[in-house]
Design a protein around this ligand. Structure first.
Ligand SMILES: *Cc1c(COP(=O)(O)O)cnc(C)c1O
Length: 368
């Protein structure tokens, strides 16, 4: 079965091998050496002043960012399940919350954010997804960050890059906190989250907030190549292997370029066979199709062509399907996925099969 959900994503064989050794003790020079190397790679990936690894799923890093960087009112951007989550985290932690809500195919505009900031001087942090995985859309995070900082440089910008870090180059000039998670673009099993932090964020963190997710405690330990609590040793060993593999494969810029072409190829191939791309501003992490047969298409892809793609949640349940484009994906696997979608449409009687999806895909991906 080909796993083509936008998280979890498949773990490469060499990464699985690297994680199959005996469990290492985390308070040892051996593990600290691995931790140090991994940190060095992460600094290059994030381009931030500090990086922190947490033993948690991505939501843990979202909570860590909110409690440590928002002390008054959080403005969150809700164009989907993950954006909504930021607001819930703020309220659960006794913070005030303002939300900008849009349909799941609609990115927030810079103007909406600026208006909200101008209308509420209590807002001291803004949380937004770079790629909102619920509908596969890209928010204009860099533009928002720039515009907000021009009004008030003390407002913290928390960018959830769980389906963006490792997918595309992110301009972190005005971003204070950038979040990644292991099981999406980083091709690992779930359970590890990473935060990239700017110096302004570190300043605001001060002594930190919370206990397990106190970022001041973590920063202090991680600068010494250890962690405050037990490290997710196996996942960090896997992360080092992933980051070394990307480097050996030609580097992160090559992966960004490859992902971009792949995203264009998949999207164009599916549009060429009459399918409709759901988000108004598609992210490179995934292609999201809205379709009345979405449920059937997914089932047939899985049962007849061994392709596992994701559906939609909440009001989009049964109305969309999402195809992953993150990670070191084999071209022949991706080609099979678009081909399978075309065969499913043919089986559903929607369109006579003529290989058009694969043709468009190959033309774009290989320049044939
Ligand atoms: C998956 C995801 C999360 C949540 O991560 P968990 O690992 O499920 O806690 C948050 N934000 C985005 C954009 C995601 O895709």
């Amino acid at each position: 079965m080909l796993l083509f959900t936008p998280g979890p994503t498949p773990v490469p064989q060499n990464v699985r091998n690297a994680m199959s050794d005996e469990t290492m003790h985390h308070r040892t020079p051996e593990f600290e050496a691995i931790f140090e190397k991994t940190r060095k790679h992460l600094f290059k990936l994030f381009n931030t002043d500090e990086v922190v690894m947490l033993s948690s799923s991505g939501t843990g890093a979202m909570e860590a960012a909110v409690i440590n960087l928002c002390h008054n009112t959080l403005l969150n951007v809700n164009s989907g399940k993950f954006g909504e989550r930021f607001g819930k985290i703020a309220l659960a932690n006794g913070l005030k919350n303002v939300e900008i809500k849009n349909e799941w195919n609609t990115p927030v505009s810079v103007e909406e954010v600026i208006e909200a900031v101008k209308n509420n001087s209590d807002i001291d942090a803004i949380a937004v997804q770079i790629s909102e995985s619920a509908g596969g859309l890209r928010h204009p995070v860099e533009e928002i960050a720039k515009a907000v900082k021009a009004i008030n440089p003390n407002i913290m910008i928390i960018a959830d890059g769980i389906t963006a870090v490792g997918v595309e180059k992110i301009d972190i000039t005005n971003i204070d906190c950038l979040i990644a998670g292991s099981q999406k673009a980083l091709m690992l099993p779930p359970g590890l989250a990473i935060l990239g932090l700017g110096n302004k964020a570190i300043e605001k963190i001060g002594k930190g907030k919370g206990y397990y997710f106190n970022l001041a405690t973590e920063i202090k330990s991680q600068r010494k190549n250890t962690t405050a609590w037990t490290a997710a040793t196996t996942l960090i060993i896997g992360l080092l292997e992933v980051l070394e593999t990307i480097e050996k494969d030609g580097g992160i810029e090559k992966l960004y370029a490859k992902t971009e072409v792949r995203a264009n190829a998949v999207q164009s191939a599916l549009e060429a066979i009459g399918l409709h791309v759901y988000p108004k501003t598609p992210a490179k992490s995934m292609t999201t199709i809205d379709d009345e047969d979405a449920s059937n298409i997914r089932k047939m892809l899985k049962n007849e062509f061994s392709v596992n793609v994701a559906g939609g949640q909440d009001h989009l349940n049964g109305k969309i399907f999402r195809i992953n484009q993150m990670g070191l994906i084999q071209d022949y696997e991706m080609a099979w996925v678009v081909n399978a979608v075309e065969m499913v449409l043919s089986k559903l009687g929607r369109r006579a099969y003529d290989g058009r999806a694969n043709r468009v895909f190959n033309e774009i991906l290989f320049g044939i």
